[in-house]
Design a protein around this ligand. Sequence first.
Ligand code: APR
Length: 240
Amino acid sequence: MSHLVVLTGAGVSAESGIRTFRDGNGLWENHRVEDVATPEGWHRDPETVLAFYNERRRQVRAAQPNAAHRALAALESDGFRVSIVTQNIDDLHERAGSRSVLHLHGEILKARSSADPRLIYRLDEDQEIRIGDHCDRGSQLRPHVVWFGESVPLFPTACELVAEADLVLVVGTSLAVAPASGLVNEADWHVPRILVDPAAAELTPAGITAMTTSATEGVSQLVDYWRQHRRLELPDFLAD
Ligand code: APR
């Protein structure tokens, strides 16, 4: 069965109302990234970091999957093998119905021990993380997200998935953050690669076909084409 590997970034969730990182004024929801998304920020002021992610978690819970998330899930239900590797910490791919979702940068709906990264806990509905919430070994809980300067433990697994792709679809990422930005290069040289992003024309590195549209429009169009043709290929409306 041919295998679609989809690499998604903040842009796939933008139309669900979740803000991207680099579109605005360099701040993330009015915070400096160094204050809320680094181990140093956490050691300096864990309370602010927890409050920040508690708010992000509320936003995620209130958001709904959009047509791009749903189209990818529909392709899978239609019998295609679809693996999603996302940089996003929201659960919108899963809620749309995708079954194979790898979260490179963690999951905001989970907490983990600040002492032992293997101790991971799913938060209950509406549950927040507060100072004094401890793991089974007595250490403070933190959000289960990968911060700048931390290792990306699922990166080797993501590389393996991309290496066996028959087509790579990249959606809504500025490809600015390593190592995720290099994943697309793990595919075989002959594998078609498509980037769907309103900024695709400026972003697209050599060898990737740009589709300069929103995620909902571009992904829906591609999925319609593949479902109609019953195979993964570069659609003729993109071939030059
Ligand atoms: N549809 C598709 N793409 C969109 C849309 C949309 N409706 N709106 C914006 N975009 C695109 C932007 O053009 C941009 O290229 O989404 C991209 C978002 O880029 P970033 O904000 O840099 O997000 P991302 O690439 O996911 O960031 C990577 O950086 O801060 C870290 O860990 C964080 O996972 C994140 C990583």
